[in-house]
Design a protein around this ligand. Structure first.
Ligand SMILES: *Cc1c(COP(=O)(O)O)cnc(C)c1O
Length: 457
């Protein structure tokens, strides 16, 4: 018999307390934080859905592996274990460990970017775009049109628009495109997956023009699970098999090990090209560390090697994708507008649809995120005009969408925590018409969402 309850495929082994606060406390904390959720002390947050990056729980086997960490400067056995675990899934010739995904991006785009270069992606994640642009190159997004429509139910909304990509290649010229990137799942586009068929087609197109294809593979296991669930002919495959097929289509990858590899820190860069690997290793030594540890301690390498074996468990992935959908579908059925279908690691609430009376330049996403905190101690992340509204020339324009992302840390919260989140969201929905917008009191020159302060209008 199949039962409907989604049980967590683990039991609790070590606990961290949550501190209960009252609404009155929280109104004071958020005011003191200048109504910026990034400025809160996290022990004043009850359910922290700010990000799924490095915030998950490690398993007892990962904690045990930490005790095996060998901190030798060069040639540590922990490095060999880590490298083999990466190559087991992604058989690239060269693996270069870094302390985070963005460090891998910095090295790759220092090697490949620069003025006049153009780098296409389905959707660049914000650190990827920033590192491309910092090198002097330009970043371009070619996700399919369905991927930009919050309500469209396309099963692979992270897919690349192949016609647009080919047109771009012809327009810019192969000599100006050092690499084609593909982000799986598409984080900035709502955590939406890319199909195997689309990955094959992008790979074929890259081969046709002699361009290298690199994966930004932070959520590769969630993406592979969506392929197994949704793509014709994939239902009986092991996800490991699907992951290796995806790796075989690419020439390299950048990775944040704070996502699917179940680590609290870490990342890597991998590739087949010997010459490029040589350049990247030299940059690694300059900025991160010796090539057998990169930016990491031996114990981190050990924990990640174990994480890479746990993330491909079908029991885990089934729970992960179903439990995220449990939250998203409950909100949707309760009348809270969300991006559909529900992605892998987060639920995105459409604040523009929920708060139509708040104009974009009064930040409906910020208003909603603050209210979720005040009402229930839940911390989400505004992904809208606060994050994207200020242009480099100083003007302010509304973002394409006003979203609040509720990211789900891996193996961290139980179904009762999520039931509570649903209840709080419903209460916020009931009082939506009374919410007011915000104005910015102080803002920095760049990446303003992290440090701006606000006041209610
Ligand atoms: C998190 C993330 C990165 C950057 O990784 P960090 O470890 O945070 O530096 C890059 N790309 C995607 C798609 C991500 O989700």
């Amino acid at each position: 018999m199949e039962f409907n309850t989604i049980i967590e495929p683990f039991r609790i082994h070590s606990v961290a307390p949550l501190r209960m606060t009252t609404q009155e406390d929280r109104e004071k904390y958020i005011q003191e934080a200048g109504y910026n959720l990034f400025s809160l002390h996290s022990d004043n947050v009850l359910i922290d859905l700010l990000t799924d990056s490095g915030t998950g729980a490690m398993s007892r086997n990962q904690w045990a592996a930490i005790q095996h960490g060998d901190e030798s400067y060069a040639g540590s056995p922990s490095w060999i274990i880590f490298r083999d675990a990466v190559q087991n899934l992604f058989p690239f010739k060269h693996v270069i460990p870094t302390h985070q995904g963005r460090a891998a991006e910095k090295i790759l785009f220092t090697a490949l970017g620069g003025k006049g270069k153009c780098i296409p992606n389905n959707t660049h994640f914000d650190t990827t775009r920033a590192n491309v642009e910092y090198s002097g190159a330009e970043a371009f997004d070619f996700v399919i049109a369905e991927g930009r429509d919050a309500a469209n139910l396309h099963p692979f909304k992270g897919n690349m628009d192949l016609v647009a990509l080919e047109k771009f290649i012809l327009e810019k010229g192969v000599q100006n495109i050092p690499v084609v990137m593909m982000t799986i799942t598409n984080n900035s586009g709502g955590g939406q997956p890319v199909s195997l068929e689309n990955l094959h087609a992008v790979s074929d197109l890259c081969k046709k023009y002699g361009l290298p294809l690199f994966l930004d593979a932070c959520r590769f296991a969630e993406n592979a699970w969506f392929i197994r669930e949704r793509e014709a002919g994939q239902q009986d495959r092991d996800v490991v098999d699907i992951i290796r097929e995806i790796a075989g289509l690419a020439d390299g990858m950048t990775m944040s090990a704070k996502k699917d590899p179940l680590g609290n820190i870490g990342g890597w860069l991998a590739m087949n090209d010997d010459a490029l690997a040589g350049i990247c290793r030299n940059l690694l030594i300059l900025t991160e560390g010796f090539p057998t540890y990169g930016g990491l301690a031996g114990r981190d390498l050990e924990a990640l090697a174990v994480g890479l074996t746990e993330i491909v468990s079908h029991d885990y992935l089934k729970y992960r994708i179903q439990s995220t959908a449990y939250l998203g579908n409950a909100l949707s059925e309760g009348g809270v507008p969300v991006v559909l279908p529900i992605g892998g690691h987060a639920v995105y609430i459409d604040a523009r649809a929920l708060l139509p009376h708040i104009p974009a330049l009064q930040y409906p996403g910020q208003a909603l995120a603050v209210e979720l905190y005040k009402m229930g101690g839940i911390r989400g992340c505004e992904i809208g005009t606060v994050m994207f509204g200020r242009k480099p020339d100083g003007t302010e324009v509304p973002a394409a969408m006003e979203l609040v992302r509720l990211a789900i840390p891996r193996r961290t919260y139980t179904q009762s925590h999520i039931d509570y989140v649903i209840e709080v969201c419903m209460a916020v929905k009931e009082s939506a018409s009374e919410l007011r917008g915000y104005r910015i009191v102080q803002e920095p020159a760049a990446l303003r969402h992290f440090t701006s302060t606000f006041e209610p209008i």
